[in-house]
Write a protein that binds this ligand. Sequence first.
Ligand code: SF4
Length: 425
Amino acid sequence: MRLQMIDPNLNFKCNSCTKCCDQPWRTVIEPEKVSALDQTDWEADFPALRGRELYRTVRIGGKTVHELGKGEGNRCVFLDTDGLCMIHKKLGYEAKPLMCRQFPFFAASTWDGDYVSANFGCPTIQRREGPPAAKQADEIAAVVPLSSVAYKPDAPLPLTPNLLIPQSAARELRQLLTAIFNDDPNSTLSEQFALALTAFEKAIATPPEELEQHIACGALAAELNPGPLEPFASACDAPMQSRFLFAATLFPDTLPIDSTADLGFFRRMTLIPKLMTLAKMRGVYASRLLDGNVKVNELLDRPADLRLTPEAVPLLRRYLRSRLWQQFPSGTLLPIFSGFHQHILDFNAIMFFARARCLEKDKAEADLSTVEHAVRLVEFHLANQQRLYTQVLKGWFRNALGSLPLAWCSLRMMRCAPSTVPANA
Ligand code: SF4
């Protein structure tokens, strides 16, 4: 299937902000480009590269790959002080790693085929700056290949770890979920999440062979009446399992820069006590992303709502709509419902970071720039990194993320409330 846009409303024009050159993931460079790096006298033009490791060769999943070195912190070693790429300056655009030429676009495999998606950490994707991506389709297609995941049009899809549904029913469900996260200014995101969870509840209870028709004729939508959602007075009141899931989502924030990539078995085992401590949601941890100590209970042990200004909400809805159906990156590799549960947890992480920023700046409400920053932290540092559910306690995560009651508890841990200031004030 040829690539199609997962979000038809994307716009893009790179403004050279360099945020994507200062992130924790590996920048893999193709083997044929590495020899050009070797043959270039970098120090003549860029003395700052003297003594620097330009790239390293590592084994990932049994394959040998080359990744560009890092300068200070997460910065790419080839990022010049003027914000431009030294490889681009010296050897031209074509010499850059493919993933740099693609960014922020990538081939996203979804439950029903190949799409192009975009990283919502990029500021121009967040703000919809530049021409529509649809008008740049040829340029994007030239650098974004089809994903390598085989698409099987007739294969049933996992709604939960134990329940398969026909693909036609899954597509109906996707349309329903996308419609739920609409731009209605009278609905809050919490209400939309509650509606979506109720839709999952009904879908799981419907015989798989009847599900497509049940959604298509509007019967399932007509049954949706979640009632008011009462958040926990404190996130600490949530059951331990829910807190553990949230702690696992937030966990990369507690690790130093180099430790978020592939962890060995014994290293992973040592993480569990640390995770348990975070799951208590008390005390202080050193946050890598917020660059300081975070008092967890100050953020979570209070009536759990965060007010969002009206400008901040559409970004979150677009982000959610683009992620609902996407498997990876930024989506999940989980069954459809478990993936949705992880999206609730990612959303909670966005709220957590936004609230931390509000406390730091003494702001009563999270405005657009606060939410943009929080989405970037989650996109760059949590959602696109190794997830703990793929590394440790896999059986436990499988059951917990697939649990409807726990998903409701995850939703009740954080609430985003509408602004008290009218949109046009
Ligand atoms: S984050 Fe986006 S706008 Fe900034 S340099 Fe990267 S692609 Fe360009």
